[in-house]
Design a protein around this ligand. Sequence first.
Ligand code: FPP
Length: 230
Amino acid sequence: MDKIIENIPAHVGIIMDGNGRWATARGKKRSFGHKVGSENVERIAEHAFNSGVKTLSLFAFSSENWSRPKEEVDELMRLLNVYLKKFIGKIKKNDVRIRVMGDFSVLSDSVKNSIKKATEATKDNTFGTINIALNYGGRQEIVKAVKEIIEDGEDVSVESISRHLYTADLGEPDLIIRTGGELRISNFMLFQSAYSELYFTDVLWPDFNEEEFDKALLSFSKRKRRFGGV
Ligand code: FPP
């Protein structure tokens, strides 16, 4: 029988690292790792929502990822586009809502269009929310929020900044997982992660399966969250 894990985090963020190394180790192009990585998103999302997670925030493409070789950037954009389009076809079946956060201004019209269609078509779905960070940077998000606050003539405060983040209605991640062995946050949800529990694993993203996700949930279930108190 499956072990019952208590205290499931409502919002989980994932830094999906290790696609490139996974592919290289198999003598394949890095892009192949991204393809297998994108297929893994579906497997982990389904498992997470079935476990009781309500929101999954996934770091798919950072503001800094444009410095990668053009071929790799193009392939990542293509995969994201395919993923979003595929989602539109499955809306009724899986009841999952798609959200995308980041600076869309430099994305291609095709990707922008897919984002619009996928978010619009799934907006009333309630089983779970996949929040994809695309051309996203945590610092840039804070700067954007503060600029908007100043433009609106509001007071700059923790509360007003929270309201101007992409995640205003999604709340803060209870748990952030990073696969692939690096021990850093890499500009992901900087403001929102103030009190997130962190879980790092050496497992590369394409190998991060349901069992590995459960290890992260189990680790979270044993943490005592004090939010700065005692
Ligand atoms: C890090 O691996 C991963 C990325 C930069 C992109 C993550 C993207 C996906 C999993 C595919 C598309 C996503 C969705 C939501 C469909 P890396 O290339 O930095 O790996 P490395 O550290 O081994 O080089």
